[in-house]
Write a protein that binds this ligand. Sequence first.
Ligand code: EPS
Length: 387
Amino acid sequence: MIRYMTSGESHGKQLTVIIDGIPAGLKLNVEDINKDLERRRGGFGRGERAQRIEKDKAEIVSGVRWGQTIGSPITIVVKNADWENNKKIMSLDAKDLNEKMFLLRPRPGHADLPGAMKFDRGDLRDILERASARETAARVAAGSIFKKLLYELNIKIYSFTREIAGIEASVKDILSHKIISDIEASPVRTPDKTQEKQMMNEITKAKNMGDTLGGVFTVVAKGVPVGLGSHAQWDLKLDARIAQSLVSIQAVKGVEFGIGFEYSSRPGSKAHDEISYSKEKGFTRKTNNAGGFEGGITNGHDIVVSCAVKPIPSLMMPLKSVNIKTKKEEVAEKVRSDVCIVPAVGVIGESVVAYELARAVKEKFGADSVDELKENLNSYLHQIKNF
Ligand code: EPS
């Protein structure tokens, strides 16, 4: 089984991720992980910290030897540069406790208030440090390994920004690899050059107003074989697992597969992807409204999943709130933050989709080494071809 767990506070010493179950023999290079970390750090609309303070260099401290995984748990550490400026605030030592530093005015839309109530903390920092999207650096480091494993099986994943603040990109062929270079060259990670400018203008306007913006990103996985996930039990449905992983990303509020919410307004005759057959291609469909899933099982078409991202709750022009100590109405804490994270969240989306796919692949094909995994997949593909 593949699983992973992260730890670390936003301004703590480091983020850590432990990944278990990656087969032996996967070639790993820390620079590949760093490239993904760099992609997550970027994007027009990110704040000072993500872009200038943090360098996000991964250090692999276990599970790899001589450039290859060896089957044991892989540990990756990403140091927080900003810890140096926050040593007192984040101190482990009781003697450093300072009530003057407490954050008391929860931000509407943030984990601040329900988290503090649940964990009975008098300082909102105890919650916001872990709720912070900084944690996703650890998930992206892990995601880089999942993507690499999937790449060995010819499964490729990419993402792009579909919309920012209601400005929608027109993307002619989202399933063509050719758009990847346009996406990666765009400051907002969208392949639509015209809308890119509009999106950037909106972000600049919001920044000047002390406001924040949300949007929609899409993740695409190509080369996914038919038969991952299962209809037979609710928690084996792979689209459901992917949805859980995506909604677990900070600020994600909605998920749709394929045409998603549009299904509600179409009759069945115009909704479903008709099936055809040829000897060369086997079973295919001309359309992919379903986004690659039927009954929680991959159907051999590309996975297409989009997510709605809410505007970040840390506003420079804060909303009304209540002081948790005095219970008096006050405005929420002003916390340095980003204006729009949609471009970065696409990269995080790739990582969590890659996790769910890698986990499903390992569940179906077992294997302790990459070669064994490939062999098992190939024999299954042979079986599928003869169906
Ligand atoms: C974050 C607030 C900001 C972001 C941070 C996430 O941090 P700070 O308050 O220290 O400026 O920059 O994101 C990152 C540093 C990152 O690498 O993603 C938050 O509250 O979620």
